[in-house]
Design a protein around this ligand. Structure first.
Ligand code: MCN
Length: 784
């Protein structure tokens, strides 16, 4: 690839976010702010039981409610669907894919399963009427434990399948078992990574309208307007060209707004039946049961090594909760980590197995990191365990195994284009002052202080930038991973950019404007980035998997190259020189050796629009589209360290320092990168110390609001210290993804720190989240 220098120097600088003016002034458009004439409101009746037979549903009471418009069961709407809610990632040939329709019929399979809908004249009236719906349930036995669900005789989530096993997926390379059998040292650890409940600031919401010609418009708080449109054709049999999906401003998603949930199709079906626009906004308590969850994975991980600390094999077995149904990419989520169980280390023998398991719980699906935090957590915890067994410094063990030559093809088969894991770790250590931390730790230990400190590390790499369509096809993902962008010069020189990605907090309006401004030599303020409306952006694959810059951003760059090529032809024609005789720098074409003979790119845009004097056969206008399908994933990596203070009397654990050094390739906007790392790290720390979507013995979800699900606030977090090392990625901008790095790296760093703080007491393991109770129990166990 040709390296491209930034002509006007905007790339790589912390341009202030274009998005903030509207956000700070409350001028944003959330779905819930939208209002259409004649609009009615939908409320969803959900099963309070994790598993129950639905004996009858009685709307008599609801019908008497003020403002009542209509109510439907799943059976009432059965003919509205051309197909069920699809799962786009059948990871194996023999995967079990139970049918999934927007409303459960006959049986509810998780607490929160939608069983009926009520429509009324206002949101409050719809909720009141929904509370009058009488559903006669016969509770049935349920199972929420991913391992016990595989036991013979366990209650079945889909009885016709005869098993709760959804799939078994394997990847073997080399001779992992033989290497383990003959190794000097073997360490095996088991881990449970609890459920996490995504809490986007804006809950989900939809507004559906049917037009006079049978056209549908769906406003949706979604990350995936293009995927929504595609799926709606499958669900309704309405041509995609008649479906418009608009993602207005979307207030976060973290993966939980990728899916096509029941409520979108329900709102469309009801709008069609009632001839009125239908709106639904999720309540926070509904979010806890009705939006997908993340993680819920049991792992057993084995490393084999030589006595001098060279890792010879990794073997992982994982049991992964699917929940009650397969959402859009549920089965594929654990598999997204499948190639990464060697982490940033060179490990020749490789074996991973994933078993997907149905349980009577909210379906799982993508949550920030999706499969890669799961892998990184068990690798980085086990590296520390191996170091303990070898009596070796855990950093030295990491150094001895780091991949150090690039490109590097891993045993798992994928190739990492670039990286320098040593450099990230050394920079981290410069920032950390480990000697001072160890001295403080030694003092506290010798004084017998109640509050002990520990430091933990996580050196990681990840695979993001979800694309290579060919690889996605090979692993049975239903569609491709390319993306598209259009750059359109307006006649007087301002620039409109249309992208196929769909940001919901990632600042594409700023960073994409920087890419275009740099390349074309125009001002960032003159570039307007349009997205999130399938009528405006016809082509795209949306935003997830930290793909937008490395896929959509490169499509944008390539569109820019096409613009420059066309403008160059126009300028050459008008100045009567050959194209090769023109230099292009900071937005101006000038004749080599005669810089006074020049035209700006805006001059070329006007000339293209006026079309008075264009080369023969050239079409008027200066507008170009490019699609881009990279040949490889994107491979960020880095080194993170957490310092924690643990009260050994109460188990109370505080994060006191967090240092992150990431390699995300060339930076477009350092401040936005920092923001992404801060948010990502916070979600990883939250998993390590606070958040847990636990169920009771009857599969009732225990945290049902933010009062019981502990999302950390700024008050719990120290001020993070971040820095970057840079290795260029193999793409024209040299960029790697950043959206998930923090979440992937943080949890093992924090738990390794907690274990380190208590290691002098003999503690070697703490489960997530390391709540005061869990930490206190771990201390008591070793003390007794
Ligand atoms: N960027 C940059 N230079 C780089 C790499 C990235 O300036 N070398 C910028 C990009 O241009 C973009 C941002 O950083 O503005 C994130 O880029 P990227 O890594 O491409 O990730 P995506 O834009 O595809 O975002 C998806 C990613 C994911 S998968 C989750 S989950 C997530 C995340 O982004 N959810 C978020 N960040 C989030 N941030 C917010 N505020 N809300 C969410 O829901």
């Amino acid at each position: 690839m040709t390296a491209v220098e930034s002509p006007s120097g905007v790339v790589g600088t912390s341009v202030k976010r274009k998005e903030d003016a509207a956000l700070l002034r409350g001028r944003t458009r959330w779905v819930d702010n939208l209002s259409l004439p004649g609009m009615v409101y939908m409320a969803v009746v959900r099963s309070p039981y994790p598993h129950a037979r639905i004996k009858s549903i009685d709307f008599d009471g609801a019908r008497t409610a003020e403002g009542f418009v209509a109510a439907f069961t799943g059976a009432d709407l059965a003919d509205d669907w051309a197909g069920g809610l699809p799962c786009a990632w059948p990871v194996t040939e023999d995967i079990k894919m139970p049918p999934h329709f927007p409303l459960a019929v006959g049986e509810a399979r998780y607490q929160g399963d939608p069983v009926a809908v009520v429509v009324a004249e206002s949101r409050a009236l719809a909720k009141d009427a929904a509370e009058l719906v009488e559903v006669d349930y016969e509770p049935l036995p349920s199972i929420f434990d991913v391992e016990k669900a595989l036991d013979h005789g366990a209650p079945l989530v889909h009885s016709d399948l005869g098993t709760n096993e959804c799939y078994v997926w394997k990847l073997d390379a080399g001779e992992a078992q033989a290497a383990i059998d003959t190794a000097d040292v073997v360490v095996t650890q088991r881990y449970y990574q609890p459920r996490l409940i995504p809490n986007a600031m804006e809950p989900r919401g939809v507004l559906a309208q049917f037009g006079p010609t049978g056209d549908v418009t769906l406003w949706s708080a979604t990350q995936t307007p293009h995927i929504q449109r595609f799926v709606m054709q499958l669900v309704f049999g309405i041509a995609e060209s008649k479906i418009r999906v608009i993602a207005p401003d979307v207030g976060g998603g973290f993966g939980s707004k990728i899916q096509v949930y029941a409520e979108g199709p329900l709102a469309i079906a009801l709008a069609r039946r009632l001839g009125r626009p239908v709106k639904w906004t999720e309540e926070r308590a509904e979010n806890y049961v009705g939006t997908i969850h993340g993680r819920d994975v049991v792992h057993e991980l084995t490393f084999a090594a030589t006595r001098d600390g060279k890792i010879t094999a990794v073997k992982s077995e994982a049991w992964c909760a699917m929940g009650a149904y397969l959402e859009l990419v549920t089965p594929g989520i654990p598999i997204l980590g499948a190639w990464l169980y060697s982490g940033p280390y060179e490990i020749p023998n490789y074996s991973v197995t994933f078993t997907g398991v149905f349980t009577h719980t909210t379906p799982t699906d993508a949550y920030r990191g999706a499969g890669r935090p799961e892998a990184t957590y068990v690798i980085e915890r086990t590296i520390d365990a191996l170091a303990r067994k070898l009596e070796m410094d855990p950093l030295e063990l990491r150094r001895r195994n780091f991949v150090s030559e690039f490109p590097h093809t891993m045993a798992s088969g994928l190739t990492i284009d670039s990286g320098d894991y040593h450099a990230s770790l050394e920079r981290l250590l410069e920032l950390l002052d480990l000697d001072a931390i160890r001295a403080d730790q030694a003092d506290r230990r010798s004084n017998g202080d109640v509050k002990q400190i520990g430091v933990g590390f996580s050196t990681y790499n990840e695979m993001c930038g979800l694309a290579p369509s060919r690889i996605l096809g090979a692993i049975r993902y239903a569609v491709g991973g390319w993306d598209s962008a259009t750059i359109r010069f307006q006649p007087l020189g301002s620039v409109q950019v249309v992208v196929g990605t769909s940001p919901h907090g990632q600042s594409h309006e700023t960073t994409f404007a920087q890419v275009v401004a740099d390349e074309l030599g125009v001002s960032v303020d003159d570039v307007e980035v349009l997205h999130g409306d399938t009528a405006v952006s016809q082509l795209g694959m949306d935003t997830y998997g930290s793909r937008s810059l490395t896929v959509g951003g490169i499509a944008l760059f390539n569109a820019g190259q096409k613009i420059i090529d066309k403008a160059r032809r126009i300028v050459a024609h008008q100045l009567e020189v050959s194209e090769d005789d023109l230099d292009f720098d900071s937005g101006t074409f000038s004749v080599k050796g005669s810089p006074d003979r020049n035209m700006t790119i805006q001059d070329a845009a006007f000339a293209a629009h006026a079309a008075h004097n264009l080369p023969d056969g050239m079409e008027p206008g200066l507008e170009e589209t490019a699609t881009y399908d990279p040949a490889n994933f994107s491979w960020p990596g880095g080194a993170h360290a957490a310092v924690v203070e643990v009260d050994t009397e109460t188990g109370d654990t505080r994060l006191v320092r967090y240092v992150a050094v990431d390699d995300v390739g060339s930076p477009i906007n350092p401040q936005i990168i920092d923001g992404q790392v801060h948010g990502g790290v916070t979600q990883g720390v939250a998993a390590a110390l606070y958040e847990e979507g636990a169920y009771d013995d009857e599969a009732n979800l225990l945290p049902t609001t933010m009062a019981t699900y502990l999302i950390p606030s700024a008050a719990e977090m120290p001020s993070y210290e971040t820095d970057r090392t840079e290795t260029r990625a193999d793409n024209p901008l040299g960029v790697k993804g950043v959206g998930e790095t923090g979440t992937i790296a943080a949890a093992p760093a924090v738990i390794n720190a907690v274990v380190d703080a208590l290691s002098h007491l003999g503690v070697t393991d703490i489960g997530m989240p390391a709540t005061p109770e869990r930490v206190w129990k771990a201390i008591e166990e070793v003390r007794s």
